[in-house]
Write a protein that binds this ligand. Structure first.
Ligand SMILES: NC(=O)c1ccc[n+]([C@@H]2O[C@H](COP(=O)([O-])OP(=O)(O)OC[C@H]3O[C@@H](n4cnc5c(N)ncnc54)[C@H](O)[C@@H]3O)[C@@H](O)[C@H]2O)c1
Length: 355
C-alpha cells in the first residue's frame, strides 16, 4: 500500500475525530506529502491531532466558504468523516445536525467538483442508516439493501443524504466518489466528552464501547438496554482505517462497500468481555429498550469488500477490546478532563430526564 499514498496530498475532513485521527496516523505511515485536516472540534479534542510536519490543521467548519478557500488547489485523496455526533444529539438539535452533517457534504462536494486530478473521495456512510430493523435472527446486510424513507434520527437521514449528494456529483461531474459504509467502530482515541456540549448526556456517553469500558474500570454496573439482546457488528478502528485506505486505492467510483467484520456480537456479550478484561465485579444493570432505538440486531456482509477491495478485518473483538481497555487506562486523565468540561450540563440534563 505504501507506494500508493507516497508523495500524495490528502484531505481528511473530521480528521481530529475518533476514526479520523486513527486514519491520519495510518496515512502518515505511508509517506504522504501532506495531510490537511479540517475540523471544527465540535466532537473532538485538539490533542487527537498528530504533531507531524506533514500535517496541516485548519480549524473550522467545512461548510464555510472561508475554510474551503484555504484548501490546497490540488488534492489526490479526500476522506470525508465530518458529522454531527451522534443519533441522540441530532434528535435534540436537528438544525445543528443539518449544518454539520448534511450541509458539510454538499458544500464539500460542490467545492471539489472542479478539482482536476482528484483520485478518490471516500465518504463515511453509516450501515445503521440502511440496516433492516429486526429483533429476529438477522441476515447479513448487503450493500444493495433497500433504503427506507422512514428514519429514527436526523443523523441517519443526513448520512443517507451524503450518499445521495455524492452519487449526484459522481454521475453529473464524475467526482470519483466512493462510499464506505461503517459498522460500529471501537478502539483507542475515542474520548468520552470530546468537543462541545451537544444537548444530551450522549455528549459524554458517546458510544457503547468506550462508555462501558470507562464504567467497568470504575467497577460500575453496565446498563444493558433491552437486556443486552441488541447486536452489532463491531470493527476495531485500525481495521476501519485500513478499510478506508483500501476504498481510496481500490474502490470503484460510484460504488459502496461495507467495512465490517461480518460477525454479530450482542451488547450482553460485549459487556461480559469488558467486565472480564477490567475485572469488574459489579453485575450488569438490565434495562428496557430506548424509545428512539428500533435498530435491533444486525451485522454486515463483508463479501464485496473482500472480493473487490481485498479488505478483511483482522483484529478479533477480544483483542481489540483488550487494546482499547489498555489505551483507556493510559489516557484516563485526558478522558476525565474531557468529561469534566460538561459536568454542569450533565447535571441539568440528568435532572431534566429524572423529572
Ligand atoms: N464510529 C462509528 O461507529 C461510526 C459508525 C457509522 C458511521 N460513522 C461515521 O464516521 C465518521 C467519523 O465518526 P467518528 O466516530 O470518528 O466521530 P467523531 O465525532 O469522533 O468525528 C467526527 C468529526 O467531525 C468533526 N466535525 C463536525 N462538524 C464538522 C464540520 N462542520 N466541519 C468539519 N469537521 C466537523 C468533529 O469535530 C469530529 O472531529 C462520521 O461521519 C460518522 O457518521 C461512524
Amino acid at each position: 500500500m505504501s507506494e500508493n499514498f507516497k508523495g500524495q496530498a490528502i484531505l481528511v475532513v473530521g480528521g481530529a475525530g475518533f476514526v479520523g485521527s486513527n486514519l491520519v496516523l495510518k496515512l502518515l505511515e505511508h509517506n504522504p506529502r501532506e495531510v490537511v485536516i479540517v475540523d471544527n472540534l465540535l466532537s473532538s479534542e485538539r490533542s487527537n491531532i498528530p504533531e507531524d510536519a506533514r500535517v496541516r490543521f485548519i480549524e473550522g467548519s467545512i461548510a464555510e466558504d472561508k475554510i474551503l478557500a484555504q484548501l490546497p488547489p490540488t488534492l489526490d485523496y479526500v476522506f470525508h468523516l465530518a458529522c454531527y455526533h451522534g443519533n441522540q444529539s441530532s434528535i435534540a438539535d436537528p438544525i445543528a445536525d443539518h449544518d454539520n452533517n448534511t450541509l458539510t457534504s454538499l458544500k464539500l462536494f460542490e467545492h471539489l467538483k472542479s478539482y482536476r486530478g482528484l483520485k478518490k473521495v471516500v465518504y463515511a456512510a453509516a450501515a445503521c442508516a440502511v440496516a433492516e430493523k429486526t429483533y429476529d435472527a438477522p441476515s447479513a446486510t448487503t450493500e444493495d439493501q433497500p433504503v427506507s424513507l422512514y428514519h429514527d434520527s436526523p443523523y441517519s437521514i443526513s448520512k443517507i443524504i451524503g450518499e445521495l449528494y455524492g452519487n449526484y456529483f459522481f454521475t453529473r461531474y464524475q467526482l470519483p466518489f466512493v462510499k464506505a459504509r461503517f459498522s460500529n467502530v471501537y478502539g483507542p482515541r475515542e474520548i468520552l466528552g470530546a468537543g462541545r456540549w451537544r444537548g444530551t448526556v450522549h455528549t459524554v456517553w458517546r458510544n457503547v464501547t468506550p462508555s462501558f469500558i470507562w464504567r467497568a474500570l470504575a467497577h460500575e454496573a453496565l446498563p444493558l438496554d433491552n437486556g443486552g439482546q441488541t447486536s452489532r457488528d463491531f470493527i476495531f478502528v485500525e481495521d476501519m482505517a485500513r478499510g478506508l485506505m483500501a476504498c481510496a486505492l481500490r474502490g470503484k467510483p460510484g460504488e459502496v462497500y461495507n467495512l465490517a467484520t461480518g460477525k454479530e456480537t450482542t451488547i450482553l456479550e460485549l459487556a461480559t468481555i469488558i467486565n472480564r478484561l477490567t475485572a469488574n465485579p459489579t453485575p450488569p444493570d438490565l434495562k428496557p429498550a430506548r424509545d428512539w432505538d428500533r435498530s435491533g440486531k444486525r451485522f454486515a456482509s463483508t463479501t464485496k469488500a473482500r472480493e473487490q477491495l481485498g479488505f478483511q478485518a483482522e483484529v478479533a473483538i477480544e483483542e481489540g477490546l483488550r487494546r482499547t481497555v489498555e489505551w483507556t487506562g493510559a489516557k484516563a486523565e485526558t478522558i476525565r478532563r474531557a468529561i469534566a468540561k460538561h459536568a454542569a450540563k450533565m447535571r441539568e440534563a440528568t435532572a431534566r430526564h429524572a423529572a
